[in-house]
Design a protein around this ligand. Structure first.
Ligand SMILES: C[S@@+](CC[C@H](N)C(=O)[O-])C[C@H]1O[C@@H](n2cnc3c(N)ncnc32)[C@H](O)[C@@H]1O
Length: 216
């Protein structure tokens, strides 16, 4: 079984999540708006999305392979349930590629936030998401994506050098939206968003936020 444990990155990420820009916090709200029923969130990190689940969501199964991040997510789940007892959040160990038995579907939605940039196998992960969804279920995504031009060059350069090792396996130049299409999802809504001004050489600035459906 694949292991994902990045003790240094998990500390950096935990700090970053306590200083998240308002723009990103708003995007998390947009990502989860209108969800209902049973939701599978993969690569849940510290549980930054939990506070944004609408009350119409009855259960969230949150898969997180990194031990330190999973501990934080468990604390976030307990804190959330204390205030919103109508949404049960279960945090479990596992990876996208090999979803654990406790993450058995069918789910009404699968949520991917900043995770498809880090998984070892993007098509395998999307195939797992598809299997976990009920027909007509939604893949909600908020992901770093590849761009072209000079910033695309920056992305390729950082991916080939220090970035994946420094940031828990993150790759900034993945064509994740094309991979979602290739996995057989039908895009329902899609927005290209920038986390930083267009002149800034920030490789993780180009992002995609959207909804894709598993066909019936
Ligand atoms: C950049 S963090 C994002 C965390 C969270 N989704 C968020 O939006 O704050 C990337 C997350 O993906 C997780 N991850 C990395 N490889 C994974 C894999 N193969 N399967 C599932 N999660 C993975 C990491 O442990 C980490 O929690």
């Amino acid at each position: 079984m694949q292991t994902v444990d990045h003790p240094v990155f998990s500390r950096v990420w935990s700090w970053a999540m306590r200083h998240e820009p308002a723009k990103v916090v708003r995007a998390r709200g947009d990502l989860l708006a209108g969800l209902h029923g049973r939701v599978l969130e993969v690569g849940a990190g510290t549980g930054s999305n939990f506070a944004h689940y609408p009350e119409s969501v009855e259960e969230v199964v949150a898969v997180e392979p990194d031990r330190a991040l999973r501990d934080e997510a468990e604390r976030a789940a307990t804190a959330h349930e204390a205030v919103h007892p109508g949404t049960r959040i279960r945090v479990v160990d596992g990876t996208f590629e090999e979803l654990p038995a406790d993450a058995a579907g069918p789910f009404d939605a699968v949520v991917c936030a900043l995770v498809l940039c880090s998984v070892a196998d993007v098509p395998g992960s999307l195939a797992a998401a598809r299997r976990a969804l009920r027909p007509g279920g939604e893949l909600r995504y908020y992901e770093h994506v590849a761009t072209d031009g000079w910033l695309g060059g920056v992305q390729r350069a950082v991916d080939a050098t220090f970035w994946p090792r420094a940031f828990g396996g993150c790759h900034t130049h993945r064509d994740t939206v094309a991979a979602i299409d290739a996995a057989g999802f039908e895009r329902v809504e899609h927005r290209d968003v920038r986390a930083a001004p267009s002149w800034a050489p920030v490789p993780i600035s180009p992002m995609a936020l959207g909804i894709a459906r598993r066909p019936d």
